[in-house]
Design a protein around this ligand. Structure first.
Ligand SMILES: Cc1ncc(COP(=O)(O)O)c(C=O)c1O
Length: 403
């Protein structure tokens, strides 16, 4: 068997939506992006969603809007994909890394201890699609002693009057928190629509705005649209209409708009995400859970508790009492059996850039522990029960051989 790790889901509806875009004579930002934004906002429970060309560029735009820069600190978990930290570095600010809990999400108590007068935002990461403990995080950033330490550097930060909460929801489109979309647990939630994500536009991102009063989500949406397209007062679609040629440049915006041809893929996928694609991921997750639940050597990833339901983006299995080398040997045996697995994630303090910046993995023992015995199994709608069984059997075989 040959089982890839995360192929995109492409069916006739998706092909037709893309063909529709190709045949319409309009392939960059236009009606498909607008429809995708509207549908995504509806499913996410927010008033407004802004489509961009990646999670990373979306985070850059959000930090630009917040006016975060030199001298500011943004708290993030040490256990995430590097884009979370890189966007903070690109803004000129300092990523302050804190350790994670056993469920991979940021440790609220460590977060609290990391807050200083320079803290402007927290970027919490829903690893594998499992939402962070947002109630605990919000309680911390709203506490009077923390608010009184907050030192706003501009009008937007003054309006917040507290640390802003941004969700790195690259993995968690469709996850729920307290019975509602997890995207309303933070001020701003950013999805990744990259090729391996639950919903994809090949490359893409979506910024969901759930800003509290006195912010107007409509106004912030307009600012973000403008500043995702060079600060230009008219997008290319409006400019292309007869007589609509004149435009102005009113700010030094980024150029990170999503093309319609990409939005078409996401639009067709998103239409069938709640009813088909997400339940299919859950099916695969439950298949694994039924198998690994009976193995005393396996630690299963969280999927559901009284507050949260995962989006089943990854299946980060952990294996008890194995070393990093034994984990790597199991991965090799899986590859030899035709199964592509992965590791999510190498904690950032173990990567060259961050080591050179002075971060030390010794300061993040839980991040290291979670990483050292983790193996992410394939999880996607196209995985049949037969393939799931094959993956489970191969993993148990590899485990027994290596141990
Ligand atoms: C946790 C996390 N954050 C951010 C990103 C960046 O997403 P994008 O590739 O859309 O910029 C990823 C991508 O894999 C991710 O896993």
């Amino acid at each position: 068997m040959n089982i890839p790790f995360s192929p995109p889901y492409i069916d006739a509806d998706i092909e037709n939506e893309v063909l529709d875009s190709l045949r319409s004579g309009w392939i960059t930002t236009g009606p498909k992006v607008r429809d995708l934004e509207i549908l995504c906002a509806q499913l996410s429970g927010v008033e407004k969603a802004v489509a961009v060309n990646s999670w990373t560029s979306g985070a850059a735009l959000v930090l630009k809007w917040l006016g975060i820069g030199k001298g500011d600190e943004v708290i993030i978990p040490a256990y995430t994909y590097s884009a979370t930290a890189l966007t903070v570095l690109h803004a000129g600010a300092t990523p302050v890394m804190v350790d994670v809990l056993d469920d991979f999400t940021i440790d609220p108590q460590k977060l609290k201890a990391a807050i200083t007068t320079a803290t402007k935002a927290v970027m919490a990461v829903d690893i594998a699609g499992w939402p962070c403990d947002y109630d605990a995080i919000k309680q911390i950033i709203n506490a009077e002693d923390v608010r009184s330490k907050f030192n706003p550097g501009n009008e937007i930060q003054r309006k917040f009057g507290r640390i802003a909460l941004i969700a790195d929801a690259a993995h968690s489109i469709g996850a729920t928190y307290n019975g509602k979309p997890a995207s309303i647990a933070s001020d701003i939630t950013i999805f990744s629509l990259h090729a391996v994500k639950n919903v994809t536009t090949a490359e893409g991102g979506m910024i969901c705005l759930y800003l509290p009063p006195p912010f107007s989500n409509e106004e912030v949406y307009k600012w973000m649209k403008l500043n995702s397209l060079n600060g230009q007062t008219k997008d290319a679609f409006s400019k292309s209409q007869g007589g609509g040629w004149r435009y102005d440049i009113v700010s030094a915006g980024l150029k990170i708009n999503m093309p319609d041809i990409c939005a078409a893929i996401g639009l067709a996928q998103l239409k069938k995400y709640p009813g088909l694609l997400l339940p299919e991921r859950e099916r695969v997750f439950n298949h694994y859970a039924a198998f690994f639940g009976s193995k005393n050597w396996a630690i299963m990833p969280p999927a559901r508790d009284e507050q949260r339901i995962s989006s089943y983006h990854l299946y980060p299995l952990r294996i008890k009492n194995i070393t990093e080398d034994q984990r790597d040997a199991i991965i090799q045996k899986m590859a030899d059996a035709g199964v592509a697995v992965n590791v999510h994630f190498i904690p950032m303090p173990m990567l060259t850039l961050f080591k050179e910046l002075g971060y030390r993995i010794e300061d993040y023992p839980n991040a290291y522990k979670n990483y050292a015995h983790e193996i992410s199994l394939p999880i996607y709608p196209q995985l049949t029960g037969e393939k799931c069984t094959y993956i489970e059997e191969q993993l148990e075989k590899a485990y027994k051989e290596v141990l």
